[in-house]
Design a protein around this ligand. Sequence first.
Ligand SMILES: NC(=O)C1=CN([C@@H]2O[C@H](COP(=O)(O)OP(=O)(O)OC[C@H]3O[C@@H](n4cnc5c(N)ncnc54)[C@H](O)[C@@H]3O)[C@@H](O)[C@H]2O)C=CC1
Ligand SMILES: O=C1[C@@H](O)[C@H](O)[C@@H](O)[C@H](O)[C@H]1O
Length: 336
Amino acid sequence: MTLKIGVIGTGMIGRDHTRRIQQVLAGAEVVALSDYNPDAARAVQADLAPAATVYEKGEDLIAAPEVDAILVCSTGATHEAYVLAAIAAGKPCFCEKPLATTADGARRIVDAEVAHGTRLVQVGFMRRYDAGYVALKEAVQTRTGAPIMVHAAHRNPTVPEQYLTPMAIHDTLIHEIDVFRWLLDDDYVSARVLFPRKADRAHARLRDPQVVVLETAKGVLIDVEIFVNCHYGYDIQCEVVGEDGIARLPEPMAIQMRLGATLQNPILTDWKDRFVASYDVELNDFIKAATRGTAAGPSSWDGYAAAITSDACVAAQDAEGTTVAITLPARPALYD
Ligand SMILES: NC(=O)C1=CN([C@@H]2O[C@H](COP(=O)(O)OP(=O)(O)OC[C@H]3O[C@@H](n4cnc5c(N)ncnc54)[C@H](O)[C@@H]3O)[C@@H](O)[C@H]2O)C=CC1
Ligand SMILES: O=C1[C@@H](O)[C@H](O)[C@@H](O)[C@H](O)[C@H]1O
């Protein structure tokens, strides 16, 4: 069976996921496209999915009988309504991060999915599918001994003027928030944010860099540097300190050069290149599960936990240096 997918939001990542389904992965095809800007949907149709129907409204795409499963790749604030509509239609739905822009919104999705009775939603936390993080998790489970600390960094070369201080949490740190819950099999209990002096390249309305300190229920302390004007490249670092040893996230594969009396290792500059393979694997997982009428991988519960943690981190930015508590309600059995 070929899974017939409708894509809502055909901007940068919606286009890229459409390319993936049409040109890289097996078992699915894009049969419908929709975007707030119909020209964007038509451009993706022309370039990648000539047989797809363009719908003016995302709701109509979700209801369309030829659509088996939905990809929500529109702007974050629109995710909640589309995911709820997909659940109401009983159709599997892959939702790019964030699941919703508020914890209350993510909770409404959890409640709707629990009422439906089976999983339908996968959240686009692709790092869980990255070969480096998968190897790191295995090392933490089998070799480092119980984790005590995590030191991490998320560095982007630059960000646009619209990227404001809370986005360092909602848009950027959200990947670490999810991947460390998964890596450590743990939940957060508190957050603190510290600001050093502002980098010269950071624009007026952005405090950059910042350091977020998260504490987990098992007592692990995680420090994450977020530096989105680091200039030199796109750089994701992670080191887990355990009872018996230390495990580091591997660097992306690259040719090392000995040239002109220097030893050179290139550093990537674009997050799309850093995680290109993991996007393929996460969507493949979605296609496999959606073909069976369900969803796997990062769940609505994970999206909700990330939203609660993000809200606490943003409160911690405002509280500058003060510890903000994080409380996760009891997890419904659907997500065990
Ligand atoms: N997993 C990851 O690493 C990444 C995830 N993302 C997430 O993907 C989502 C989209 O990001 P980008 O593609 O970078 O943004 P973008 O701005 O390039 O594309 C968003 C598209 O959504 C459309 N849109 C806006 N409102 C809409 C509505 N009500 N209905 C239908 N379409 C609507 C816009 O017209 C635009 O074409 C965001 O939630 C973002 O956080 C983005 C980049 C990386
Ligand atoms: O999701 C992403 C972007 O939206 C975000 O702006 C970047 O900071 C992240 O590195 C990237 O993975």
